[in-house]
Write a protein that binds this ligand. Sequence first.
Ligand SMILES: [Zn+2]
Ligand SMILES: [Zn+2]
Length: 236
Amino acid sequence: VNLRRGYQKKEKEYTQAWSVSNEPLCKLCQKPCKGNNAKEPEYFEDLFCDLACYEDYRTRASSRFIRQELFQIEHGICTNCKLDCHQLATRLRPLPLERRREYVNKVAPELFARKNLLETLVNDPTEGNAWHADHIIPVFRGGGECRLENMRTLCVACHADVTAAQCVERRLIRSKARKQLKDTLNELRNNPNQTNLLADNRKETDCSEEEEEEDELLVEVPGSSYSIDQKISPAS
Ligand SMILES: [Zn+2]
Ligand SMILES: [Zn+2]
């Protein structure tokens, strides 16, 4: 199909699968596209069954791109422990399974110690199972943009360490926020002038309802780059 992408004037060619019953299929999930423009797509978005698939596709495409760019600069060498992950994956591929474990034990004991990462890598020695593109400033501290300056190569073991450390930090931030919210609510309740700001029914609110409200405010955002990328080409 020939179509325009976004506001570009030039037409570009894209491939899209069609079913035997002559229905266009989503470029990501391969389900039939039911949109108004599906049969005569005008924009790139029209090649997807819905906007969620389109966004997902774009995120994956850009994380692939980031990995490629990063590889050009850092060549798959972990910026933390200096493990050459590209070489590791390349050397593992021709080896039989048992020899792969031995090899990892020899050149990357830290990785060998993490059994789940080890098994993933030895069963499928791809670059993506050896190193990840990591956000230097993490997403939750505002480093969501996948700009190359904010990315670094980390071996899967170092990446797991960094992610674990960030989890602790995030939990700390959350519990601080929770405490602050509690204090604010208590203050409002204890101050008669300001209590009016809260609706009358707030006075009867019991603890369980209060908990619920807090959880709502502090709910985790599901679309963090960790959750998306882990599936296809890890880049977070
Ligand atoms: Zn889809
Ligand atoms: Zn490392």
